[in-house]
Design a protein around this ligand. Structure first.
Ligand code: FMN
Length: 227
């Protein structure tokens, strides 16, 4: 089909193309700039055992997160030893929770990775208590809204309930308007799923370690894209 293009129409189209090219260039420059912007990724270990497998898995996530860009700061917060009791809506917010909340609500924190041991096919009671206390952040204007969230779970068995535990945590984080992501490619499922063979050393769990690396990298990459 022949088409007739008027001079005005042609110039208009050419102008639009130049403008589109400029917009694309600006977008590219913006993306490059965003990659260099300092952001922070925080991991929260919800095991009552300090430094054990949940914390080890999260350290792997954070190492991979740091490799996703030049200005990515990370911090591991361990809930072990902190006084975070079962949530009671009538009780005051515990001081130890306030301290953790202050770290998480920092605007520089663009990604949060929650790690939990699997306890009877679900998250640990400490993890549930922590997530329930996050009601205070929801009430404070959805302080976690828009931050990227990923979840890691360590069990004593392969298929010990890691995915169930992860989904439970994700459900709570969705109530905070967080942006939930899974472990990135090539594993790309619900999150990091690790196995503790009973030695409290997860380093031999090749697949699990890979999911932890992919989760940390993916959380950081999405956080950079949204920053
Ligand atoms: C009360 C309890 C229940 C557990 N239930 C499960 C389970 O259902 N599935 C599983 O794979 N592992 C289960 N485990 C094993 C832990 O998930 C595993 O040892 C994990 O590595 C503990 O994390 P941590 O080293 O960070 O404390 C359970 C452990 C405890 C103490």
């Amino acid at each position: 089909m022949a088409s007739t293009v008027s001079r005005r129409g042609f110039l208009g189209a050419a102008g639009a193309a130049v403008a589109a090219g400029g917009a694309a260039q600006a977008q590219e420059a913006g993306a490059a700039e965003a990659k260099d912007r300092p952001i922070k990724i925080v991991a929260v270990a919800c095991s009552p055992r300090r430094g054990k497998t949940t914390a080890q898995g999260l350290q792997i996530c954070l190492e991979a997160a740091r490799e996703a860009g030049p200005n990515i700061e990370t911090e591991l917060v361990e809930l072990a030893g902190l006084a975070i009791p079962i949530f009671d809506p009538a009780a005051p917010v515990p001081a130890d929770f306030e301290k953790v909340a202050a770290v998480l609500r920092d605007p520089k924190v663009r990604g949060i990775i929650i790690g939990t041991p699997v306890y009877f096919g679900s998250m640990s009671s400490l993890c549930k208590a922590f997530l329930d206390h996050c009601m205070a952040l929801r009430k404070a204007g959805f302080a976690l809204s828009g931050k990227v969230a990923g979840v890691l779970a360590v069990g004593g068995a392969r298929n010990g309930g890691q995915e169930l535990a992860i989904e439970g945590v994700q459900a709570a984080l969705m109530c905070q308007e967080m942006v939930i992501v899974g472990d990135g490619r090539p594993t790309a499922h619900t999150g990091a799923t690790l196995v503790n063979p009973g030695t409290d050393d997860i380093s031999g769990d090749e697949f699990g370690v890979q999911t932890a690396k992919n989760l940390g990298r993916h959380v950081a990459e999405v956080a950079l894209r949204l920053a």
